[in-house]
Design a protein around this ligand. Sequence first.
Ligand SMILES: Nc1nc2c(ncn2[C@@H]2O[C@H](COP(=O)(O)OP(=O)(O)OP(=O)(O)O)[C@@H](O)[C@H]2O)c(=O)[nH]1
Length: 602
Amino acid sequence: MTSTPLDKIRNFSIVAHIDHGKSTLSDRLIQETGGLTAREMTAQVLDNMEIEKERGITIKAQTVRLEYKADDGETYILNLMDTPGHVDFAYEVSRSLAACEGSILVVDASQGVEAQTLANVYSAIDNNHEIVPVLNKIDLPAAEPERVRAQIEDLIGLDASDAVLASAKSGLGIHDVLEAIVTRLPPPKGDENAPLKALLVDAWYDAYLGVVVLVRVIDGRLKAGQRIKMMQHGSTHLVDRVGVFKPKNTPVESLGPGEIGFFTAQIKEVADAAVGDTLTDEKKPTEHALPGFKDVQPVVFCGLFPVDAADFEDLRAAVGRLRLNDGSFTYEMESSAALGFGFRCGFLGLLHLEIIQERLSREFDLDLIATAPSVVYKIHMRDGSEIELHNPADLPDPMHIESIGEPWIKATIFTPDDYLGGVIKLCQDRRGMQRELSYVGNRAMVVYDLPLNEVVFDFYDRLKSISKGYASFDYQVEDYRKGDLVKMSILVNAEPVDALSMLVHRDRAESRGRGMCEKMKDLIPQHMFVIPIQAAIGGKIIARETVRALRKDVTAKCYGGDASRKRKLLDKQKAGKKRMRQFGKVEIPQEAFIAALKMDED
Ligand SMILES: Nc1nc2c(ncn2[C@@H]2O[C@H](COP(=O)(O)OP(=O)(O)OP(=O)(O)O)[C@@H](O)[C@H]2O)c(=O)[nH]1
């Protein structure tokens, strides 16, 4: 049994704000320790999903085992757990951190501490991590390591006097980072002779290996041929393969205390390997399970519909496939008069929504319409019951409703002070309530309570444009509060269009209703009759626009021309027809929905 002594193991994560260089640093560490030859070293091996690469963000946590010969002459096993960098995936960050003893805190020395630097480092501190600050990008002329060092001390309260100066891009300081990991982060603890106890960190579906389960062994030993039990789930499995990622998957005989690696056991679905569960030996079980993690609940919902109804079955297969690999994505069938059959899908946040939508169109070649994102409302009924509402179209008759609760978030925003006025106005306009305002040098940190409902409407985009991209944002859902919320319907030629109905705050209904009507007016083609477009709350019309009637037959002008041109025109019309939806007497082009559902407003 070739076991690594505990004092030669270091398990660590890298936490950072988006774009501060976490992935670049990870790659450097892999390269420096010889995990991959330069030729194998494609750009950013850890961000291995196509979309992650394109957008330069990390979604799924990955882990890599590095072998490092330190200055003390000893060889250490360093397990690097990658963590997602975006606010929607804060939960996955905290999950990965539970498998490690320490963190490298990467801060861009030209930018300084940002919203997710704080969120992520607090998550690491909550997990009792030892933390090594690394000031990255010191090759940039704009780098101000001293200022950023002071920021880390003032804002986070961490001693940054021995922060490592590095450039993940040029390779400067990488050796110092490795030495800091070995000398400053603690080794894991564990008992080789105790019964197997391992934390299930992550699970995903691999086309070749089936369900792959990532574990951190606490006590005992995990090996092929062993029958293991998932303590919470209750299922038992025969382990058929144990390995580590170097970063290529490499079989090992067993995993001992303190080690991180994977196993396969003919598990059919990812859902059967619940993240946070404790694994033990079936015959010789451990007494106490690990604390585990709480379930992740989707907070944002939207309907996804195929543009072409014939694609519905393909969409069903695609969402099923995605769900296999992403337990935090949920879906159920939905039908809409406007958009036909589709699915109501649940997401961790807006970015998660965008990523899934993009994967559906790119990997599965599906042309989709997404309805406006909505949050989960809690409807308190007059009869004392409570309903969780995922779709505004399903709102019960207001007669029977006692009150509606909506989720509120605590949002932390960092912005250069030049843009502070605009940022505050945005938060106020969105019904925000200021909790804190402080300055760190020429940057301001504002903390606001905001209804999530207002944030799913293009809040990120507005924040970015107001601050020219310099503001950073992080949030967590705090609680549910009663709100004066009403269902606003959009009527086209007196027919309600279900896909466009939404819950809005009464004070904001009129401006949003007007915005929707104006937009629809430009998007609906003229017919032979006048088409009123109205926004209504219950029976009350709050905004109205009119599409004027066509006065003469424009098609009469189309005559003559050569045959092929006519053919083309006909084909084009046919394609256009397919994309029309009939509403009573009115035909609404698909594009109208897509455009109307885009979230820009005001
Ligand atoms: N000049 C300079 N640029 C760097 C350095 N490290 C990273 N970058 C660049 O900064 C950008 C973001 O780096 P990433 O490593 O993708 O950032 P990240 O923190 O992993 O981002 P997420 O994966 O979204 O969390 C890339 O364009 C890198 O090339 C550095 O030391 N110096």
